[in-house]
Design a protein. Structure first.
Length: 390
């Protein structure tokens, strides 16, 4: 029996599309044991940063040493197929499976409790630093009934928490709240979570939907990118720091225990000390539960790569470290809020699970609790801001 190894880089959309590839295989003998000898490697690449491209190339080189055949798919393969074929003539390039395809139940699929359900693809926003619209193309959305039928199959395979996923989830072209309501009524689904949603798409109806729906997780990832209005304009982000602040205030008024996480780009072209301090002050004021920090890197083919006043590497490092210190401060503060309080987790493995608002909790559990909701009282904070009940 032929063996296939899958290797996935990048976002939740890529993770979903790898699962989709697995479910379509004629031969279900698959693995994620990257580096092992095998008949076939399928590498799902990422192009979001220069580092992601480099990691994708490294994965291809490694796979070629231990596989009879290597198939490369994903954003990098779509954007730079000719370049990859020139570098690696032995590989085969495969187009991504379109959004119209759904996970099938003819294999041992999705053995995990939490799984991504991709309902949207493409982006037309063209942020000046981002190559993704060129790789993913125009907006595409999965019809509500199609998404619900796919979710039913996933739940039937043992999934307890679905993460609604898209390249630009807020641009879902049908009624997102209607989709959420229909998914929430599915028997066997314990939780529904939204992946990253851009601030320009996070409207009151979505916030109110989260507030009233007991299955919808109290966690929103809203990318900020910068706290300076001039930098936001240069990024083509279409909002200001004040608009973002008002949005955060609205979420916290309606969902007081909602965990808010964000993305920030450090040292975008034109970011001086004044602009950086604007970002620091806004992040400090908004007190995010977690921050993903990225140092800006040029992406050829984007507008930002042509902008003047590119920031020196040593300044990027200093600013990156400063934001990481701020990140640690607010993560610790957010975790301390739950000392002595009762939380509910979805048990993912023996003695471990996640709260609705994305805090990892450890406790002396047993295997029979896996896949169930469990209430615990928090007694201490562990390393990496995990919570523990003993």
């Amino acid at each position: 029996m032929a063996k296939t190894v899958f290797y996935t880089l990048g976002c939740r959309a890529n993770q979903y599309q790898t699962e989709l590839l697995k479910s379509k295989l004629i031969d279900g003998n698959s693995s994620t044991d990257f580096g092992s000898d095998t008949d076939l490697y399928i590498i799902n690449t990422c192009v979001v940063t220069a580092d992601a491209e480099r990691t994708s190339r490294q994965a291809i080189r490694k796979a070629l040493k231990s596989a009879g055949q290597v198939i490369v798919t994903g954003c990098y393969a779509r954007l730079a197929a000719a370049e990859l074929k020139q570098l690696f003539p032995q590989i085969n390039i495969a187009a991504p499976i379109p959004l119209s395809e759904s996970l099938t139940d003819n294999k041992e699929m999705l053995p995990q409790l939490r799984a991504n359900l991709m309902v949207q693809d493409g982006c037309e926003n063209f942020c000046s630093y981002c190559i993704v619209p060129f790789a993913r193309g125009k907006f595409k959305s999965k019809p509500i009934d199609t998404a619900v039928r796919e979710a039913e199959r996933m739940i039937g395979s043992g999934v307890k928490e679905l993460v609604l996923t898209g390249i630009n989830l807020g641009a879902y072209q049908f009624d997102l709240t209607d989709l959420i309501d229909k998914l929430s009524r599915l028997e066997g689904l314990l939780r529904l979570r939204l992946s990253s949603i851009e601030p320009i798409y996070l409207k009151n109806n979505i916030i109110e939907c989260i507030a009233r729906n007991p299955k919808l997780c109290h966690h929103l990832h809203i990318p900020l990118q910068s706290g300076d209005d001039n930098i936001l304009k240069s990024m083509n982000r279409n909002y200001t720091g004040q608009i973002f602040s008002n949005l955060v205030q609205s979420v916290r008024e309606k969902i007081p225990d909602c965990a808010l996480t964000t993305d920030v780009i450090v040292a975008f072209p034109g970011e001086g000390e004044k602009e950086f301090q604007q970002t620091v002050e806004l992040i400090d004021r908004l007190a995010f539960g977690r921050i993903h920090i990225f140092s800006y890197s040029k992406r050829e083919g984007t507008l930002a790569a042509t902008l003047p006043h590119q920031v020196k590497a040593e300044i990027k490092k200093v600013r990156n470290r400063a934001l990481h210190l701020l990140r640690e401060k607010h993560m610790a503060t957010f975790a301390r809020e739950y000392l002595g309080k009762e939380v509910e987790i979805l048990v993912e493995r023996k003695g471990e699970g996640l709260t609705s608002n994305y805090i990892r909790v450890l406790y002396p559990g047993n295997e029979s609790e896996v896949g169930k909701l469990k209430k615990l009282t928090i007694k201490e904070i562990k390393k990496d801001h995990c919570l523990a009940c003993c």
